[in-house]
Design a protein around this ligand. Structure first.
Ligand SMILES: Nc1ncnc2c1ncn2[C@@H]1O[C@H](COP(=O)(O)OP(=O)(O)OP(=O)(O)O)[C@@H](O)[C@H]1O
Ligand SMILES: CC(=O)N[C@H]1[C@@H]2OC[C@@H](O2)[C@@H](O)[C@@H]1O[C@H](C)C(=O)O
Length: 374
């Protein structure tokens, strides 16, 4: 039997709001325990510098001084997150699963780019680090995202089916598990990112807190229909998005009032989710990610999907920590050479593993790592 490991998973998502970290104990197949979790928000200056990098990421040179400076600052923010969580966890940690920050995602060009210095993280924490989860899938011709479905499936083994887990992060993505266990997944469209950018521009706050701006506005139906005419919504799964894939929506609503713009962008996220083509109607949609804290998304989804829509807390899960837990789980799967994705999830030609191990902070290398040699 493979030894279970205690792992800290680390996720810095497309919302650019901060680092989520969570402890789980897993052998990469079963999850034995969930430990504490913690989020360390980015200072607004670092969030803005990262946001600015995204705009020029497609042309960025890997040695760009600002890129390297942001990468170092983001990594040190991860180090601080790990040290804080470690102190709270009061248990020895074996491994880190480090997603990094996606700054560019274009699977059609065989490119996906997560920044973050795994060697620095390993040196500063003295822990082994698994990172670079998406490249192998993209290199094999897959979308490289979403990767959470395999973790959702591990947690949902005895839930009623068909069932959907919907993550509303910066981008939104769904995992659908059919009656026979078949998993279908994709990014559905925008999540919070457009609304965050709009709210920042018009209110100076980093998001539309509790949907208050959108609630006071009216949806512009013409603009909404135009946005939903985007070919992405006709494409079947598997499919995935970059944070900026729908940046033109901000341009489309630019002449609306702050309230009407927020209402229209909120409806765009909801309607994009509802248009996702699934083989059967899920019995329940369980929602995770920061978007579930926005009642305008939750109410809009209940109304549009005409189905039960619950936060994942209804399953006893922690919807703010789920993605971080996921990268802890995937880190152990990667060490064991187990698949992180499958053809129906990312479109890769076969189920393939991924991730890379960095141990620059370990002297000597612990013996148990030898058990995982692939
Ligand atoms: N009370 C709230 N009201 C409105 N929006 C909220 C609230 N709380 C959180 N959010 C939204 O949730 C976002 C953070 O979500 P989350 O942490 O899931 O993003 P992420 O980790 O970047 O996700 P992903 O990797 O899936 O893109 C914030 O940027 C904000 O838009
Ligand atoms: C390229 C990339 O970082 N994609 C993220 C992003 O954020 C949400 C959505 O777009 C999803 O596809 C993915 O993250 C989650 C954790 C995933 O891989 O499942």
């Amino acid at each position: 039997m493979t030894r279970p490991l205690t792992v800290i998973g680390l996720m810095s998502g497309t919302s650019l709001d901060g680092v989520d970290a969570a402890v789980i104990r897993t052998d990469g197949e079963r999850v034995f325990a969930h430990g504490p979790s913690f989020e360390l928000p980015y200072p607004s200056e670092l969030r803005q510098r990262t946001r600015d990098l995204l705009d020029r990421a497609s042309e960025l040179d890997a040695h760009d001084p600002e890129l390297l400076s942001v990468e170092r600052a983001l990594t040190l923010h991860h180090v601080e997150t790990v040290q804080t969580l470690r102190a709270r966890a009061e248990m020895p940690i074996d491994l880190l699963g480090f997603h990094g920050q996606t700054i560019f995602h274009a699977p059609a060009q065989h490119r996906t780019w997560q920044i973050g210095d795994a060697a620095l993280l390993s040196r500063e924490t003295g822990l082994a680090v698994v990172h670079d989860f998406r490249s192998a899938d993209v290199a094999a011709g897959g979308e490289g995202a979403p990767l959470a479905p395999c973790y959702h499936a591990a947690l949902l083994h005895d839930a009623p089916r068909p069932v959907a887990v919907l993550n509303i992060g910066g981008v939104a993505n769904v995992t659908f598990i059919d009656r026979d266990g078949t998993i279908i997944a994709c990014d559905t469209g925008p999540g919070n990112a457009l609304l965050d950018d709009w709210a920042l521009r018009h209110t100076g706050r980093s998001c539309d807190v509790n949907g208050n701006l959108a609630r006071a506005g009216r949806v512009d139906r013409d603009i909404l229909e135009r946005l939903l005419a985007h070919p992405y919504f006709q494409r079947p799964a598997p499919k995935s998005l970059d944070r900026l894939s729908f940046a033109m929506a901000l341009d489309a609503v630019r002449n609306l009032s702050p309230e009407d713009g927020a209402a229209t962008l909120t409806a765009f996220t909801v309607q994009a989710i509802a248009r996702t083509s699934l083989p059967h109607r899920p019995e329940v949609w369980f929602v995770c990610g920061g978007g579930r804290h926005n009642p305008m998304f939750m109410e809009g989804l209940r109304h549009t999907l005409q189905a039960s829509v619950e936060p994942v807390e209804a399953l006893g899960w922690n919807g703010d920590a789920l993605e971080a837990e996921c990268f802890g789980y995937l880190a152990v799967r990667a060490l064991r050479g187990l698949p992180l994705s499958s053809p129906l999830i990312t479109g890769a030609p076969s189920s393939i593993s991924g991730g890379r191990l960095t141990c620059s902070g370990l002297h000597p290398i612990p013996q148990w790592l030898g058990d995982f040699e692939r």
